[in-house]
Design a protein around this ligand. Sequence first.
Ligand code: ATP
Ligand code: MG
Length: 198
Amino acid sequence: MENPAKKLRNKIICVFGRRGSGKSFLVRNVVLERLHGRRIVYDPMKEYSGKGAIATSLPDFFDLLEAQERHIVFQSDKDSNFDEVCRVIYESQSNIWLVCDEIDMFCKATETPEWLLKITRYGRHKGIGLVVIARRPAAIPREITSQATYIVSFRQHEPRDIKYLSEFMPAEKLPEIGQYQYLMYCSDTGEITNKINF
Ligand SMILES: Nc1ncnc2c1ncn2[C@@H]1O[C@H](COP(=O)(O)OP(=O)(O)OP(=O)(O)O)[C@@H](O)[C@H]1O
Ligand SMILES: [Mg+2]
């Protein structure tokens, strides 16, 4: 039987939920393990230590890339570093995942940094996959959610967010999701599950 993990390339995965709902925990402990190939985690809150070689500045990051480190964790909350990391990944890397926790620190619903937009639109052709984590779906660029293969949501209360997510999953269930539980929608199959199954 084909290993399903092998198929998980070049996708966009979004993870949403209120503060403390378990997004970073889920990505750190489950999602990262399912990503096939190399990965870079952009980690502004310094929660991914142990998940790769740590960079805290652009020169560190370039050194680790050049050394072909398989897993890199960039711990910085600077906008300028974020866009530069996106640029370098887009221009020089392939078969790699970019995982961005707290993505709403670096973009708004109506404003996407140039190189993040390029990765979102054209990353598939270069084998670049993207995982984004944010509290509110309505706070991140529509372009990202519209291209996502997997949308994960923990409990939601805010009507605008529920309305937004109701395009993907049953709105009435979103406020009722239990602690550390979530729903996941897959746009390839239309399936909704309560476990990560990729
Ligand atoms: N499945 C789980 N089982 C047990 N504890 C969990 C689980 N998920 C999260 N937690 C705990 O709950 C707390 C909040 O989780 P986490 O940091 O992942 O939330 P978050 O959604 O990323 O929050 P924020 O939006 O503030 O970044 C952490 O202390 C974490 O260890
Ligand atoms: Mg978090």
